[in-house]
Structures are given as structure tokens and as C-alpha cells.
Design a protein around this ligand. Structure first.
Ligand code: FCB
Length: 438
């Protein structure tokens, strides 16, 4: 890689990201059942019915993994706490062993000079709350606020940054409309309610953390560029609808206090009563914005379907192991658009970016290094155009449980042998370490 730290703005932070369920090993340490466990146990949802029961066994290999984060020269480690590990039934009872684990994690980072970036929810909803309707339930903001208070009271004095909910689009749309993630629903009413309750829960969590004296609080949204499959006006309109649902709904709520018209056409009849009154909570002021970016889609009109009446057109161009098109310009465009239209001077972090590539245990891992290089250049271009980008975090530190795609999609800078659990840094890890370590 042809970079040095001096090629990025002063104080720019580099980091790596993971999430609890994807690496820890959920069967250990008294964690409660989650909706991902039951989703994975149901045939048809996850490749080979794989789940996060053991994952990377990070729970027992914490020090080794923290050393890997230090070894690459990361300034920041973005991780999540698991709600079901901290509160196995979702409310009331706290699992002391679970909180102790995160306490050790945070102290271990600080001892190594790494800033802890906390995410409170990265998708493993306690089953007991899923049984009550999960994100569809209007009580979710209260439950989430209580959980936030438990975590923040214990860790908040040592956390560098915190964000409540990773990727609201995945938690809302992908999981309740597309049915691809837990709880696997395909229900427009569930979707509308979940999407709104996610934002209210976000706002409540921000208020709780602020109340406890925490600062540097943000939101993390995933964005996927959408390009019309043709110049036909129906395809252009379909791509705009896709963009509104995926990329503009959540930032619209957070920074404008409104939802895009193209989304309201479909979802308004299903939103919970009184939704208009929630924007004061949703818009609790933030200190930064996080953008997760991987790819773009080509979107076409779908004539035989009701709203949103779009479909994905065949992918083109260079693809990753996920069959995701490699399109670095989309990152530049989102960074500049987010600043211009939503967040102004607020620092923006690329909170996730990376690619899946087949097993590269003993291979050069060139594709991943090239992908990261191209996207880091896109970050530089966005900075040159005035976007206040303040950091870039790679997804992911190590190969892990890639949700419905199980363990075969390898996003790691570190290879994990899922038989022996041995960790082996890949060439891309070394390529970053060379200039991150300075
Ligand atoms: C993001 C998720 C992360 C991982 C990457 C590949 O959407 O936040 O958990 O699955 O995609």
C-alpha cells in the first residue's frame, strides 16, 4: 500500500471492527438465547445452519485478539456488547460474568493504547424480547434504554465513542421486509414499525449515555449506492426509491426530523400512532456520523409488484466473494453527500469497509489489499472535496460468522481456522500494519 499516515488529515484515526455475536462464542459465559440462535436453527435461513455458538471463541482468546489489534497499529477498536450476554432475558437480570468480560475488554484496549468504540446493538436480540415482538414492540425504546444504562454505567467512564445501533437498515428492512436476517419476517407493517422504533430507541440510548456524562456519541448507518439499471424513467424512479429506503430514511430521521416522501408512499399507513411526535427524541444531538460502505446495486423497476416495485438487476464488474460489486466511488459519493445534505461539519467516520475473499491462509491476499487501497483513495478524494472524514475502520479484524452466509465468507485481516481456531494474520494485515504502526 502506498500510504503513510501523513496522507490523511491530522488526527485521522484508523481502526478495525468486529461484533459480539460474530466472534465471541455465544454459548459461553451465561449469555441468553437470541433470535439469531432460533433463526439459524430453522432450515433455509443460514448456510449449513451455522450459528454463533462458538464463532471465533473470542470469549476465551481475548488477550490474543487484543494483541492482534495492537499489532496492526490500530488507533481504535470498534466492538459491540451483546444485549443477551449482559441481560440474558433482555430486561432486569444482569449477568455479572458478561459485564465483567466487557470490562476486561475495555481495560485491555486501554492498556494497549487503543481507543474503545462501543456499539450497543449489533443484531443479537435477546429471544425473550423477540418473543414479545422485538423491534415491532413500542416498548423497545424503554427496554433498550435500560440495557444502555447497565452497559454505560459500567463502561462509560472509559469508552472513547459509542453508537447505539449498528446499521438500522439491516435491523429494520433486511430483517422484517426481506426476511434475510433474524427474525426473518416479510411483513410491511412489521417493517415500518421496526424502522421507526429503531430510531426512537437510538435517541433514548443517546439521552441515557449523555445523562451519564458520556461524550462522542454517534450513529452508524450502512449505505449502498443504487444505480438505475437503464435510463428508462421507471428504472430511475425505482433506483431513487431504493436509495430512499436504504440510504435516506434513517439519516433523514436523525438529521432532518422527517422521512423521505418515497418511503412514506409505502410505509406511512403502517407507522405506529403518534410517530410524528418522536423526532425530538430521534434527533438527540450527535457528535459524529458513521458510514458503513461495501458496494452498489443496479436497480430496475419491477412491474408486477406493489410498492416498492423494484428488483436487483444482474451485477457487473469486479465482484467480491459476496458477489458484491467493487465500486469505491460510491464511498466518496456517500461521504460528500452525507456531509452536504445531512451532517454538515460533524466528523464522519467510515465505521466499516472491507471485502470477503476466499480462504487466504497461505496466499498473498492481494484482492483485499487492492480493495482497501481503492477505498482509502476514495476517502482521500472525499476529504479533498471538503467532507470532514475523521477515521476509517476496516471490517473485519478477523474471519467470523457472516450471518446468514455462515463461516464461508471471509472478511478478516486475520485468518481464522474454524477447526483449530488458530489465528494467522493475512498479507492485508501486514500491509496495513506497515504504515499504521508508523
Ligand atoms: C455489515 C455488518 C457486519 C458484517 C459486514 C460484512 O453489514 O455490520 O456485521 O456482516 O456487513
Amino acid at each position: 500500500m502506498q500510504f503513510t499516515r501523513a496522507d490523511f488529515p491530522d488526527g485521522f484515526r484508523f481502526g478495525v471492527a468486529t461484533s459480539a455475536y460474530q466472534i465471541e462464542g455465544h454459548q459461553f459465559g451465561g449469555a441468553g438465547q437470541t433470535h439469531w440462535d432460533s433463526f439459524a436453527a430453522t432450515p433455509g435461513n443460514v448456510v449449513r445452519f451455522e450459528d454463533g455458538a462458538r464463532a471465533c471463541d473470542h470469549y476465551h482468546r481475548l488477550d490474543e485478539d487484543l494483541d492482534l489489534i495492537k499489532g496492526i497499529g490500530a488507533d481504535v477498536y470498534r466492538f459491540s456488547t451483546s444485549w443477551a450476554r449482559v441481560m440474558p432475558e433482555g430486561t432486569d437480570r444482569v449477568n455479572a460474568e458478561g459485564l465483567d468480560f466487557y470490562d476486561r475488554l475495555v481495560d485491555g484496549l486501554l492498556e494497549r493504547g487503543i481507543s474503545p468504540a462501543l456499539t450497543l446493538y449489533h443484531w443479537e436480540l435477546p429471544q425473550a424480547l423477540a418473543d414479545k415482538g422485538g423491534w415491532r414492540n413500542a416498548d423497545m425504546p424503554d427496554w433498550f434504554a435500560d440495557y444502555t444504562e447497565v452497559v454505560a454505567s459500567r463502561l462509560g467512564d472509559r469508552i472513547w465513542s459509542a453508537a447505539p445501533i449498528n446499521e438500522p437498515w439491516c435491523v429494520g428492512w433486511l430483517s422484517h421486509f426481506d426476511g434475510h436476517h433474524a427474525p426473518g419476517l416479510r411483513d410491511i407493517r412489521a417493517t415500518a414499525r421496526a424502522m421507526h422504533h429503531i430510531l426512537v430507541s437510538h435517541g433514548r440510548a443517546i439521552q441515557v449515555m449523555k445523562g451519564l456524562g458520556m461524550g462522542n456519541l454517534g450513529a452508524v448507518c450502512n449505505m449502498e449506492w443504487s444505480t438505475p439499471a437503464s435510463d428508462a424513467p421507471e428504472d430511475v424512479a425505482a433506483a431513487t426509491r431504493y436509495d430512499a429506503i436504504y440510504n435516506r430514511f434513517f439519516v433523514g430521521g436523525l438529521f432532518k426530523g422527517e422521512y423521505p416522501a418515497e418511503v412514506m408512499e409505502g410505509l406511512e399507513p403502517y407507522l405506529p400512532t403518534g410517530w410524528q411526535d418522536d423526532f425530538a427524541t430521534i434527533q438527540s444531538p450527535l457528535d459524529w456520523m458513521g458510514v458503513n460502505y461495501y458496494t452498489r446495486k443496479r436497480i430496475a423497476h419491477r412491474p408486477d409488484a406493489p410498492w416498492p416495485a423494484y428488483q436487483e438487476a444482474p451485477t457487473q464488474g469486479p465482484l467480491t466473494q459476496m458477489d458484491w460489486e467493487i465500486h469505491p466511488d460510491g464511498l466518496k459519493d456517500f461521504l460528500t453527500r452525507t456531509a452536504r445534505e445531512y451532517t454538515g461539519d460533524l466528523p464522519i467516520y467510515v465505521t466499516e469497509n472491507g471485502m470477503a475473499n476466499p480462504d487466504t491462509h497461505n496466499q498473498p491476499d492481494t484482492a483485499r489489499s487492492n480493495y482497501l487501497t481503492a477505498h482509502l483513495k476514495a476517502v482521500q478524494e472525499a476529504v479533498a472535496e471538503g467532507a470532514p472524514v475523521a477515521g476509517y475502520f476496516v471490517w473485519s479484524l478477523m474471519d467470523n460468522y457472516e450471518w446468514s452466509l455462515g463461516y464461508e465468507k471471509r472478511f478478516g485481516l486475520v485468518h481464522v481456522d474454524f477447526e483449530t481456531l488458530a489465528r494467522t494474520p493475512k498479507a492485508s494485515y501486514h500491509a496495513l500494519a506497515e504504515w499504521w504502526r508508523g
